[in-house]
Design a protein around this ligand. Structure first.
Ligand code: AMP
Length: 221
């Protein structure tokens, strides 16, 4: 079963993806994490995408499509792939469909986490991340046991460069202009299921888990 997590920056896609992937053994593929890892390793690709990311703009389709589809097609997971942050434009979505169909597979479900813009800035500016694993925390909503320290690695948490108020506004603008139209695309295909993302993390996770289970039940019946 292949699933796309859809929603604005700060909706909780990464946090929910970690939980869903652990529960259902999906391969979690976060396009943002892939790009950040490239930058950290100092690759040519990392250098090419840095400017876009730091300004809150989307990376050009041809770059991200190549990088992510290669990973999707290589994915060695019986349970399926959980895409987080990809696709973000209509051309990306169409190319994902083509690639999956070409591989004898398909997209089964798009989980849309709905959060209004007013809540996004507080969520994003309070977000912290483990520098080596990418595990996500929030100073208020998902604090680590010891302030500023990753529960799992003991490393000092960092704030993403693009998690400042100024860049968040750009990221939200990019979302509304380029990504939101995908909602219609997936709704027309009957794949989109909406989840109210304004509630606490556990409640959202429970809803999402139940939706995935329902779909799995349908697949197996
Ligand atoms: P994220 O961690 O998902 O918020 O992604 C961080 C940044 O990486 C975005 O603001 C974009 O610059 C870039 N990025 C990640 N995924 C995509 C995508 N599917 N298309 C274009 N740019 C992307």
């Amino acid at each position: 079963m292949n699933v796309v997590l859809f929603g604005p920056p700060g909706a909780g896609k990464g946090t929910q993806a970690e939980r869903l992937a652990a529960k259902f053994a999906f391969l979690h593929l976060s396009s943002g994490d892939v790009l950040r890892a490239e930058r950290k390793s100092g690759t040519e690709l990392g250098a090419r995408v840095a400017g876009y990311m730091d300004s809150g703009a989307l990376v050009p389709d041809e770059i991200i499509v190549e990088v992510i589809l290669a990973r999707v097609l290589k994915a060695d997971s019986k349970a399926g792939v959980l895409l987080d942050g990809f696709p973000r434009t209509l051309p990306q979505a169409r190319q994902l469909d083509e690639a999956l169909v070409g591989a004898g597979s398909r997209l089964d479900l798009v989980l849309s986490i709905v959060v209004p813009d007013e809540l996004i800035v507080e969520r994003i500016t309070g977000r912290r991340m483990c520098p080596s694993t990418g595990k996500i925390y929030h100073v208020k909503y998902l604090p680590p046991k010891q302030a500023g320290i990753c529960d799992e690695t003991g490393e000092e948490l960092i704030q993403r460069k693009d998690d400042t108020e100024e860049v968040v506004k750009q990221r939200l603008a990019a979302y509304h202009e380029q990504t939101e139209p995908l909602e219609v695309y997936y709704r027309q295909q009957g794949l989109l299921v909406e989840v109210d993302g304004t509630r606490d993390i556990g409640a959202v996770a429970q809803d999402m888990g139940a939706i995935v289970e329902r779909h799995l039940g349908r697949e197996n019946s």
